[in-house]
Design a protein around this ligand. Sequence first.
Ligand code: HEC
Length: 253
Amino acid sequence: MRIDRHMKKALAFIAVLVALPAVGLAAGGEAHVAKANNDIHNQASLQRGAKNFVNYCLACHSARYVRYNRMAADIGLTEQQMTENLLFSGESPHSTMTNGLHADDGKQWFGVAPPDLSLIARSKGTDYVYTFLKSFYADPAKGTGVNNLSLPGTAMPHVLWELQGTQEAVWEGHTDAQGNVQKHFKEFKLASPGKLTPEEYDAFVRDTVNFLEYIGEPVQARRQALGYWVIAFLVFFTLLAYALKKEYWKDVK
Ligand code: HEC
């Protein structure tokens, strides 16, 4: 009887564990998080992402844990390519990716100081950042002229609008039991196209997010490559130990 009860409890516990991620998914679904599908092993993408970051983000956001020369070596850029493509205002190759913006000024100008982005992909997730950069929409009521579906009321202007164009949010409403109209986001509509097609813009954002994931954990690619060697060694060592065991025991019978 007792075992029965314990088993029931254990089963219930396992059921809850299995169901938990599903609950999380259901809750997350509401926020419309698109998959970034980036690949940190794709060096060409990382190089484009680094360039995007320097050109479009670094003016406001630092990446203060990243050193230019270490990053360039990791993503396959020569010293010369790095100097030509990433160092515009005479920074030393040994310096970190910071900007001249003081947090106080940032706060005064934007209302919220732009956060350092070194760890943003780890703290918020690559899919979130990817979706965030695709979710700005025109909102004349806002000082920046835009709002963002992922971070409603955000202080960040849509700095990529020239590339993406201007999109508008389409809402649908339904009236609930109390007679209040509930607004739900339906889709984005591209009101005026930008310099890039929607596919090109997605690729641009994917590369940028890829770079942000890389700087969040610069050893990731190397760590994964090392993992294969460790497993290969373990397999080899197991075979060796087994062969030794057979050798030692063959006369003992
Ligand atoms: C003109 C200044 C400016 C530029 C340029 C800029 N941002 Fe921002 N960004 C901000 C500000 C201000 C915030 C704080 C927004 C807030 O918390 O409402 C922010 C916040 C963010 C956040 C955090 C969002 C969150 O959920 O907390 C991310 C991610 C981000 N920016 C990514 C980028 C990327 C990537 C680029 C380059 C493509 C970029 N930003 C360019 C001003 C800027």
